[in-house]
Design a protein. Structure first.
Length: 234
């Protein structure tokens, strides 16, 4: 039930309709550079400490499902919109602003119900390597795929993103994504080719500026090159 702290919005702390308006406004202002990550919540003591609700896992997933419906309906630009359910709802609302393009909704999902919801209704799955190590991706991806098929969707329509945390070093490897740039290239390329990950969100450790420069200059181009070379016919 947990989600990464900065690239998913914790729904129990936000009104989905207001969040949708903010995302749409940012999308228009930025020229179409916004997508929206949502999480059901998980750190319930912290959520309650700032006035948020406490929810059981089942309640949290049900509320998030309603939030997804409300957010999408809020982007329709239609009048008199009704959507949602018992926790979050639109009741005859005139919606807007309308995003400049279709904003994707990504879910930070860990448990079975959340993975099912991702397959049923989300545009992407956004786990974190801190909570879902590479060895656990295949099983969770399979759950999402099965839920998508049951909902009449193509599993390929659910993007697979991955928050990755580590350090690019000049020394020997000390574990997953803790080592030289060529280790990063090898490990990330493998995740693209074997697990279908198409987007990585780096969480740098140490000197953040230095790490992000090395990520952009040494890792990203090399991963793209390796993926293209491997997938090239012949």
């Amino acid at each position: 039930m947990s989600e990464p702290p900065a690239d998913t919005a914790t729904v129990p702390l936000r009104f989905p309709a207001v969040l949708a308006e903010a995302a749409a406004s940012l999308d228009v202002i930025s020229g179409g550079r916004v997508d929206l990550g949502l999480g059901a919540g998980g750190s319930w003591d912290a959520i309650a400490a700032v006035g948020g609700p406490r929810r059981s896992p089942r309640e949290a997933v049900a509320a998030l499902a309603e939030a997804v419906e409300v957010v999408r309906a809020s982007w329709s630009g239609e009048r008199g919109v009704r959507a949602g359910g018992a926790t979050y709802a639109l009741s005859g609302v005139s919606t807007g602003p309308v995003p400049g393009r279709r904003i994707e909704i990504w879910l930070g999902a860990l448990g079975p119900r959340m993975l099912d919801l991702t397959g049923w209704s989300a545009d992407g799955w956004l786990p974190s390597s801190a909570y879902v190590p590479p060895a656990d991706l295949a099983g969770r991806n399979a759950r999402i795929d099965a839920a998508a098929v049951a909902a009449g969707r193509d599993p390929a329509d659910v993007r697979r993103l991955y928050d990755v945390s580590g350090s690019i070093t000049d020394g020997a490897s000390s574990g997953f994504l803790h080592g030289p740039a060529d280790q990063w290239v090898e490990e990330l390329t493998d995740l693209v080719l074997t697990e279908g990950v198409d987007t990585f969100v780096p969480w740098a450790r140490g000197d953040v500026d230095r790490q992000l420069h090395r990520w952009a200059e040494e890792v990203v181009p090399a991963v793209r090159q390796e993926v293209a070379r491997t997938r090239r016919p012949g």
